[in-house]
Design a protein around this ligand. Structure first.
Ligand SMILES: [Zn+2]
Length: 753
């Protein structure tokens, strides 16, 4: 018995193994390689003649397990492809989609390369087209779980539920040679227990040889089971900023699983009423497959599907099939949730949504699945500041989040647990389907915890299973059909080179800062000839937002305080209560939009149904916007924010505690001393804390002539909500309720006039 590793070795994608026994050759999985660094392998002719195989056994319908099937058939494979019934149905949808992506990518590359006057790494033809898929599909034959299928003489295969996606399986192959039966277990992708929709992964008491995935071989998922809360928080925050929530999803399973979680949030009224798009023509097809194969789902889901709150349908959900429908999402200017494939952002409609949202700091990109090395998704998740999307380098300003616990893969503990059901150690254990570090780390953990040896095979490794462990490497054929230009630089480098040529002339002006939705980030700190324009733009946009929100009145207060105080802190409670009271008296609350006291203040305003405004700053160390702002603006400059506070607030209210509050006090003083602004009270809440400080100010700043008596008289120290309301009403009646000017500051209003 001989096993050849033809993919997913020291990498995650491209699962493909050849098992030879009793004179028969069987391929297990035939996946597409998705990591950029290894994509050449998709173009290579299989090292073992495709015509010589007796069967192809499929574990599940993910593209990294089936994506090379059409090419395998094109290259000569003509035997039966066995897979579970749902996998057969899903493969039809997945492979057609994959062919379409291959075709579109080839056309796009052809155009781009022509424009850039260079040659790509691969031929500008699709790996396969829909026609090739149509030829491959009749070879599929559906099987049931736990129903042994005779594959060849002395070889049977049994599919066990892997709990990974609908119809996913672990394939157990029993080989009888010379009267002796040995089992070879291919784990496929091992699911997480207690997942919605699908059952828990099967376990085994015995296997002679185990080929096991190791995607999460080096770590455990954190905060597992907290998916709903994480999702709720991200959605509320993003909606608070007026942005879009963009979620790259795998069209199969992850999309449905997310729909399940979103449906729970919608049914429980935990997120605002916004449109939720599943932008994928495949989605409704796949959802139909889920419904048709409901017997393959877990008991709970079967019940839900027939209930009044089905998990895959809910108010607000729009499934977009056509390109035109997809475009309407782009034109939408209000918050929404967009789920679109591909899950690793390397293809599909998600690229268009990323193109439009990655430069917007209001929007959030949420990753819900494993991002393989070298994929666009991984680069974004790793925090790269610039990424290339659809042929253009784009800077990343959107918030990047990742939700744990949603993974369809078992984590390290799950993998060890799955393995430990074996009552005796397997004769050989091979770890595949994981990045090198993850696989090697898992091998070490297995040795430590179970005392078993595990091998992490190289691509092309051949193992004689009957012998003692000896490995050699088969020569993988050089791609013949590919006009590969060895002297060409890697795709990325070539692209960078092309850009450098363009950049040799005078730098092109960057007009993006005129667009409030694509404002550049912190790059200006280093070198920015457009700084003055950006300041201007920041000022104008900030004034525009504030003028519109307050609609000409100036009945608002700016609240300052520590961002670190938790919800249960008495000062947090007081701040929330005070702003609720102010809200009831018709005052809007303006804060820095962050957490702690700012959140308490925004929350209090919202409790009263009053306007709640957050002006945060787009710098890495600044807080993300809290979830309680009705209107928000992300300032680029601190001085702009301070100016907006001073211009639009009737008073500054500063709460006790924290490092920043003394700064606020001094900055308030500085602003007052300009005498260009209407004098406003600086209300210091918490007499125990502030009285000694005011005394100190008098003894130092005042006695040294830095501030005047008038300046000092601005400070009002108080403790209770009642005192605060009274102080504000007094100050307003003495100053008159003058509206703030709005007109000339707003470019939009000026344009309309
Ligand atoms: Zn998978």
């Amino acid at each position: 018995m001989k096993l050849t590793f033809l993919g997913a070795n020291r990498q995650v994608t491209g699962s493909r193994y050849c098992l030879e026994a009793n004179g028969a050759r069987i391929m297990i999985d035939c996946g597409l390689v998705q990591e950029r660094a290894f994509q050449d392998r998709n173009w290579e002719r299989c090292a073992i003649d495709p015509k010589s195989f007796s069967a192809l056994l499929i574990t599940h319908a993910h593209i990294d397990h089936i994506g090379l099937v059409p090419k395998f058939v094109k290259d000569g494979f003509h035997s039966t492809i066995y897979a579970t019934h749902p996998t057969v149905a899903l493969a039809d949808v997945m492979l057609r989609d994959s062919a379409k992506i291959q075709t579109e990518d080839a056309e796009y590359k052809k155009r781009r390369h022509r424009k850039e006057g260079r040659r790509g790494r691969h031929p500008e033809v699709p790996l396969y087209v829909v026609d090739d898929v149509v030829k491959a599909l009749p070879l599929f034959e559906g099987v049931d779980y736990l129903d042994p299928v005779r594959i060849a003489k002395g070889i049977t295969a049994t599919w066990h539920d892997a709990g990974h996606i609908l119809g996913s399986a672990m394939v157990e192959i029993a080989v009888t040679e010379d009267g002796q039966t040995r089992t070879v277990l291919f784990s496929g992708d091992i699911g997480q227990p207690n997942k919605p929709l699908i059952s828990d992964p099967s376990t085994f008491q015995h296997a002679d040889y185990v080929i096991m995935e190791s995607t999460y071989g080096e770590r455990d998922h954190v905060k597992e089971g907290d998916v709903e809360n994480q999702l709720e928080e991200i959605i509320r925050e993003t909606v608070g900023r007026g942005g879009k929530v963009v979620i790259p999803v795998f069209a199969v399973e992850r999309a449905q699983e997310l729909m399940y979680y979103v449906s729970r949030l919608v049914h429980a009224d935990r997120i605002p009423d916004i449109p939720i798009f599943l932008d994928s023509p495949m989605a409704s097809d796949v959802t139909k497959i889920f419904r048709k194969h409901r017997n393959w789902l877990d008991d709970e889901t079967r019940e839900l599907i027939s209930s009044k709150e089905p998990p895959l349908q809910f108010p607000g959900l729009r499934i977009t099939r056509s390109q035109e429908e997809s475009m309407t999402i782009n034109r939408l200017n209000t918050p929404c949730i967009i789920m679109a494939p591909a899950g690793m952002c390397n293809a599909g409609r998600i690229k268009h949504h990323l193109r439009l949202n990655i430069g917007k700091d209001q929007s959030t990109i949420v990753f819900v699945g494993h991002q393989a090395k070298g994929t666009l998704g991984r680069r974004i998740l790793d925090g790269e500041r610039e990424v290339r999307i659809l042929g253009r380098t784009r800077r990343v300003y959107a918030k990047i989040k990742s939700i744990d616990g949603l993974s369809a893969h078992a984590d390290r503990s799950g993998l060890i647990d799955w393995l430990s059901h074996l009552e005796t150690p397997p004769r050989r254990l091979f770890l595949t389907h994981g990045e090198e570090d993850a696989s090697l780390a898992l091998a070490r953990t297995i040795r430590d915890r179970l005392g078993w040896e595990a091998t992490v095979p190289e691509y092309g490794a051949v193992v004689d299973l009957d012998d003692e462990p000896v490995e050699r490497t088969v020569q993988i054929a050089e791609p013949k059909s590919v006009a590969f230009d060895a002297s060409a630089l890697a795709d990325n480098a070539a692209v960078a080179g092309a850009d450098a040529t363009v950049a040799a002339g005078p730098p092109a002006p960057d007009f993006e800062f005129f667009d409030s939705s694509i404002r550049p980030g912190t790059g200006f700190l280093h070198e920015d000839p457009w700084r003055v324009f950006r300041m201007q733009s920041d000022t104008i946009q900030g004034i525009d937002v504030m003028a519109r929100a307050l609609e000409g009145t100036r009945r608002s207060v700016a609240v300052f305080g520590s961002a670190r105080l938790p919800e249960e802190d008495p000062v947090y409670v007081l701040a929330r209560e005070m702003c609720r009271r102010l809200g009831e008296c018709g005052f809007a609350t303006i804060t820095g939009g962050g957490h702690g006291i700012m959140e308490a203040a925004n929350r209090g305003a919202r409790d009263a149904g009053a306007l709640s405004i957050g002006l945060n700053i787009d710098l890495p160390h600044e807080q993300a916007l809290n979830a309680f702002c009705d209107v928000s603006y992300t300032c680029r400059y601190f001085f702009v924010r301070k100016m907006l506070f001073a211009k639009y607030a009737r008073a500054f209210v500063i709460f006790a505690g924290g490092y920043g509050t003394m700064d606020e006090l001094f900055e308030a003083l500085t602003l007052i001393q300009t005498e260009r602004l209407a004098g406003f009270p600086v209300i210091l809440v918490g007499s125990d804390y502030w009285n000694p400080l005011v005394h100190w100010l008098r003894a130092t700043m005042y006695s040294h002539g830095c501030i005047s008596e008038t300046d000092l008289s601005r400070f009002v120290v108080l403790d209770s909500p009642e005192e605060l309301v009274t102080a504000l009403e007094t100050c307003i009646s003495s100053n008159g309720d003058t509206p703030v000017e709005t007109g000339e500051s707003s470019p939009r209003e000026a344009a309309e006039a």
